[in-house]
Design a protein around this ligand. Structure first.
Ligand SMILES: Cc1cc2nc3c(=O)[nH]c(=O)nc-3n(C[C@H](O)[C@H](O)[C@H](O)COP(=O)(O)OP(=O)(O)OC[C@H]3O[C@@H](n4cnc5c(N)ncnc54)[C@H](O)[C@@H]3O)c2cc1C
Length: 391
């Protein structure tokens, strides 16, 4: 922790999760005074079992920040197999067809957080863990955060206040509207093993009850099973044997029987987004700006690009212009096609693939079959998934 708590900094980041930490690291050689306030103080335990599918683009950014090599056991995805239950049509996206060694990698959320935390602790003079922000507000000249740390209350001002708290903890922000679309779905996540090996293939299977993803991870898979909330509750209660049988029944025979299941956890799913993503002396990034359904594995990949591009926007202007209206408008307008496109793509995918109407079923099958037959379309989809709308 800093020897003297600063009263004013250039950039204050509330939330040192994957996205906030990325922004702080992107600014580490800028010469600016950058402060990070992170509520968590214990990075020694793998507290969050969530798996993240990171695109090849995300890997490149994390390599530039010097963090990639410190992430424990990333598993490559060389093929993505997309299919629908109870209908024809399937598509295969292959890294080799796109001239890439991998389409992406699967990492554990906690392993990523720990690697970023260690890099921040080594590089940032003003990185405070165990610091919980209670309130934020803005004035024409600066953003303000009130927080508690080690039993003391503090207030710090900043030319630019960045909200990277994941969108859950800080209430209303003047000038920003929050929108919520509840999908009425819950994700049940769990590590499972199967009779047949994964051969670095990720499976995306659409079912009438919601999409299901099996991401290659170590010797097994990280499962994201989307279900109606009541069914999710039942899935959490089943013993391992019954859970694995149900998974086999829902996923089909492609991987043989499922042989073991780790700890199960659940996440309610909705689309939450803030508009605009900037306010006087403030910017919202990552899940604080948009939290999406995990169906397309876009959330962190998009948040990472928010952090990277905000870092670039900050470093492009003289120090006195950081956080002013022109700088923030440039950032906001530059991000809009990528964030808008990713939100729309994910939302359409959830709605299109979460029902069982015969006509739609047929259309989906034709769409998947067409995608499989058109190399140019496959490369287009792969590039968008890897590098975002600008890909
Ligand atoms: C089941 C599931 C699967 C997913 N799969 C994928 C995937 O495959 N690929 C992908 O790209 N994305 C995926 N996502 C989305 C991804 O997890 C998020 O987009 C990503 O975690 C966002 O990072 P963030 O730093 O913005 O927010 P968070 O991860 O929520 O981090 C916020 C940080 O802020 C801190 N904080 C919160 N409040 C305060 C406060 N008041 N004061 C100080 N600190 C605070 C928290 O402790 C935390 O460290 C998935 C999400 C779910 C739920």
């Amino acid at each position: 922790m800093p020897k003297l708590m600063p009263s004013h900094v250039d950039v204050l980041i509330t939330g040192g999760g994957p996205v906030g930490a990325t922004l702080a690291l992107a600014l580490k050689d800028s010469g600016l005074k950058v402060m990070v306030l992170e509520a968590n103080s214990d990075f020694s335990r793998p507290a969050d079992p969530r798996a993240l599918a990171l695109s090849q683009g995300a890997k490149i950014l994390l390599q530039r920040l010097g963090v990639w090599g410190a992430i424990e056991a990333p598993s490559p995805i060389e093929t993505i197999h997309i299919s629908q239950r109870g209908g024809f049509g399937r598509a295969l996206l292959q890294a080799s067809e796109c001239g890439l060694p991998a389409l992406g990698h699967v990492v554990n959320y906690s392993a990523l957080s720990t690697a970023l935390h260690q890099a921040l602790a080594a590089n940032s003079a003003y990185y405070l863990t165990g610091a919980t922000v209670h309130a934020v507000h803005n004035t024409p000249g600066f953003g303000v955060a009130e927080f508690s740390h080690a039993g003391q209350q503090h207030e710090v001002t900043a030319s630019l206040l960045v909200l990277a708290d994941g969108g859950r903890s800080l209430g209303a922000v003047r000038g920003v509207e929050r929108h919520v679309v509840d999908y009425g779905q819950t994700a049940v996540i769990c590590h499972v093993t199967s009779e047949f090996p994964h051969r670095n293939t990720a499976y995306e299977r659409f079912t009438p009850y919601g999409p299901m993803a099996l991401l290659p991870s170590g010797a097994g898979f990280d499962l994201v099973w989307t279900a109606l909330p009541e069914e999710a509750e039942t899935l959490l209660q089943l013993d391992d044997k019954a859970f694995l049988e149900k998974l086999h029944e829902r996923f089909g025979d492609r991987l043989g029987a499922f042989t073991s299941a780790g700890r199960r956890a659940s996440f309610p799913l909705s689309l939450k987004y803030a508009r605009p993503v900037t306010a006087q002396r403030m910017a919202l990034i990552g899940n604080a700006a948009q939290a999406m359904h995990p169906v397309a594995g876009q959330g962190f990949n998009l948040g990472l690009r928010d952090a990277w591009e905000l870092g670039e926007a900050i470093m492009r202007v003289p120090r006195a212009e950081i956080g002013n209206a022109a700088m923030l408008a440039g950032y906001r307008e530059g991000r809009s096609p990528d964030t808008g496109g990713s939100i729309l793509f994910t939302d359409v995918l959830v709605r299109l693939f979460s029902n069982d109407y015969h006509g739609i079923n047929l259309g989906r099958g034709l769409g998947l079959a067409a995608l499989d037959l058109l190399p140019a379309a496959k490369r287009f989809v792969a590039r968008k998934m890897i590098f975002g709308a600008k890909g």
